[in-house]
Design a protein around this ligand. Sequence first.
Ligand code: ADP
Ligand code: MG
Length: 274
Amino acid sequence: MSDVEEPVDRAVETDVDRAEDDVVLRVEDLQKSFGGLVATDHATFEVERGTITGLIGPNGAGKSTIFNLISGFYEPDGGRVEVNGVDVTGKEPYEVADHGLIRTFQTPRKLEGMTVREAMLVGPRNQPGESFVKLLTSPGAVGEAERRNLADAQRILEEFEIDHLATQPATDISGGQMKLVELARAMLAEPEILLLDEPVAGVNPTLRNKLADQIRRLNEEGTTCLLIEHDMDFVMKLADPVVVLDQGSVLMEGPPQRVQSDDRVIEAYLGGGT
Ligand code: ADP
Ligand code: MG
């Protein structure tokens, strides 16, 4: 008898084999280069429905690039992205959004000349007012949809406890409040999966806790999240599992405790730009 450990039977370990449709996002062998620089290097991972999955890695590891590839802002050089089992590789952002995937930006876009409420209304999916033809053929439907959007925006602003900011110019609120608005705005599209790119970067501790509570609440209400965050404490408290990117590819994946104490991860962070 050898004293080599028996391989663990995963089906037994996890009780039930995960069904195919438990995967809400599948990234397969994704590749992207900028000139000679390989930003995404055969990256493969999955996000299971109902999770808050963390995506971490040193500065320049390619985290934001992966978000851009998944959400249709960049076209991959190779590989495949599936949302809810549908191949969305190379599709436009609005098409990917129609499949239930919405992302926020590391740096929220400038919203000059808009109030917070107006900023909220930029980009809910399937907004008929955006279609000129629909506007001509069924103006009634447009009015109806806009009223509904307004009511939804108000409800979400209240849920995020920022309804008192609704009529303020979007450029007048703090960076942290803007991050909350960005999250609230994404929720207006009722995403099944929400991609958050550094939601608490530059945010003070009070608002940071508030954002954590909101992300947890949204997750409990059924939204799957893929969370990029530089703040280790924040991501390790919220996310499970955590996927570690290094130099464009997946270094490891696992529960937060295991990731945090993994030598390869520590090495990557020490060797990285952080
Ligand atoms: P992270 O979000 O993990 O910090 P990024 O995905 O932003 O990393 O960047 C990964 C690498 O790709 C970096 O070296 C960055 O300079 C490069 N990169 C990202 N976007 C572009 C772009 N649009 N053009 C050229 N290089 C880019
Ligand atoms: Mg980034």
